[in-house]
Design a protein. Structure first.
Length: 244
């Protein structure tokens, strides 16, 4: 199974609330006819995102955060491509046209990835730390992904301490398969997307202030370029769920 992610930025004349309201109330309904999607989730960036303070204090990434990230699960690449082909799939058109009302596609990036579940999320876990990751220049994509998969011990420690409820790595497919033609900007897809799950904002803040979180972030610096990566704390909204 693969996942299509689309980290999105809103059109400049919309507030964050207006963007997210349209996405959830209008656009989600236009995605319901997509018959090949196995699971569809919206991750809404919080208006008062506490990760901004964390990154500022650490003098790390100043890149503009995304306003939200949709994720769709598909059985395979062929199903995903068919369902996003306006000429071959009649019900795709309205959803594509709706982008023009709220998404700045030129500042949004499509990424296609394989999911690697490190810690299966427990319960509803409504809050998710979402990371769009860029590898350090000395790593090629394949080496980066293997290194990332080998560096999970600090988040596993945080789980054992009760600070988080789940952790998933999503490894972007190599080569042209890592993006979706016609969706978003032509910028290179992110090298990976990680999701860390929390019961509440209070639990996230406790995690962020912990020694184990500092150790995790320091460990990631050896293979992730934090200055070129983007982090947001999001609210998870499950729209469609056939699997997991």
């Amino acid at each position: 199974m693969i996942r299509l992610f689309y980290p999105m930025r809103r059109l400049p004349h919309l507030s964050l609330e207006e963007f997210q309201d349209h996405w959830y109330d209008v656009h989600a309904e236009l995605n319901r006819p997509f018959r090949l999607i196995r699971r569809y989730i919206q991750y809404h960036t919080l208006a008062n995102d506490p990760t901004r303070d964390v990154l500022e204090k650490a003098q790390l990434s100043a890149l503009e955060p995304y306003d939200g990230v949709p994720s769709a699960y598909y059985d395979n690449l062929d199903d995903m491509r068919l369902e996003h082909d306006v000429e071959r799939t009649w019900y795709t058109g309205p959803a594509v046209q709706d982008h023009y009302y709220f998404i700045d596609d030129n500042r949004s990036i499509a990424c296609v990835a394989h999911e690697h579940v490190v810690i299966e999320p427990e319960g509803t876990v409504p809050y998710v730390l979402f990371g769009c990751l860029r590898r350090r220049a000395e790593f090629d994509p394949a080496t980066f992904q293997q290194t990332w998969l080998d560096h999970t011990r600090f988040l596993c420690q945080a789980y054992e301490l009760g600070l988080l409820k789940g952790y998933i790595q999503n490894h972007t497919l190599l080569g042209e398969d890592g993006g979706l033609e016609g969706l978003g900007s032509t910028e290179e897809p992110w090298d990976g997307l990680e999701t860390v799950y929390f019961e509440s904002v209070a639990k996230f803040k406790a995690f962020a202030a912990s020694d184990v979180a500092q150790n995790w972030f320091e460990d990631e610096k050896s293979f992730i370029d934090h200055s070129q990566s983007v982090y947001m704390l999001t609210r998870r909204r499950v729209i469609k769920q056939i699997v997991r």
